[in-house]
Design a protein around this ligand. Sequence first.
Ligand code: AMP
Ligand code: MG
Length: 327
Amino acid sequence: MISLGIESTAHTFGVGIIDSKGKVLANVKDSVTTKSGGIIPLKAAEHHIACCDTVVKEALKKSGLSIKDVDLISFSQSPGIGNCLRIGAIVARSLSVIHNIPIIGVNHAIAHLEIGKLICKTKDPVMLYASGANTQIIAYENGKYRIFGETLDNGIGNFLDGFARELGLGFPGGPKIYDLSLKSKKYIELPYTVKGMDVSFGGLLTNLKQKIASKKFKKEDLAYSVQETVFAMLIEVSERALAHAGKKELLLAGGVGCNIRLQEMCDKMCVDRGAKFFVPQNEFLVDNGAMIAWLGLVQFQNNGRMKLKDAIIKPYLRTDDVEVYWK
Ligand code: AMP
Ligand code: MG
């Protein structure tokens, strides 16, 4: 069975093609980039409209298949920016109707988790999902992927991009902060905000703006200290989720997961508590079509068929609203 998946929750329009053995045959994407960072929903939707045709064709070409070989069209149905989700859903419904292929809509965060499980061969991980807009600690318990902790305000990636903008580093900020952090080992005390199992970055960003304006601190010391602080917050909550849920595997997902320092800290925490740490290649950490194709295939093969009238977007549907019937 061949599944074609369409990702369009935010800045990325991605198309992935995967077979039932989990072999990724293509994973093509085109992402909106802006000088200042951030996403203007209408502009992102226009971007997706402009590139959808090319990305679908490119993915089919890479896989060596034609649309006639595709047995399932999967698309990201939730959660995400309405304007962006809608374009992916329209492309998916059009392909489904024109070529008479079954369709299925899937949850984006769960797709990150299931592709991570496939690529890294993990069984029952706690996932630290650290992306631009999302920061959640997710694990399976009692029929659902539960959110054990999450950000109370910004996603960590958006926070890092905001901090980088204040430093004049450009967008995307995460990698630039990482490069700068390598030039320092001087830790500056910063607000550390963990509330129960949740984290928050808003107050820290305000504090950093004040520090930058005071001109008393070196950029590289701030970059180093920011990483050490916010990643430690994520590690603390992830470790507690591992302990609480009694799990032994930590899986990283999301664009911020590409950060080598975050990966080192995850690994160290796991070694210390006798757990295993897993991180897929960057192409599967960031938003991508292959993860949507894979989750669609898994759900479809477990009686998750969807009527065309149900193949609509659900921008606000959370991970723990989804009944996990395929486990
Ligand atoms: P996503 O929303 O999952 O596509 O991730 C996008 C976010 O990942 C942006 O906020 C980037 O700044 C961030 N990002 C990408 N690479 C890195 C990196 N090496 N370190 C930290 N953040 C990163
Ligand atoms: Mg994502």
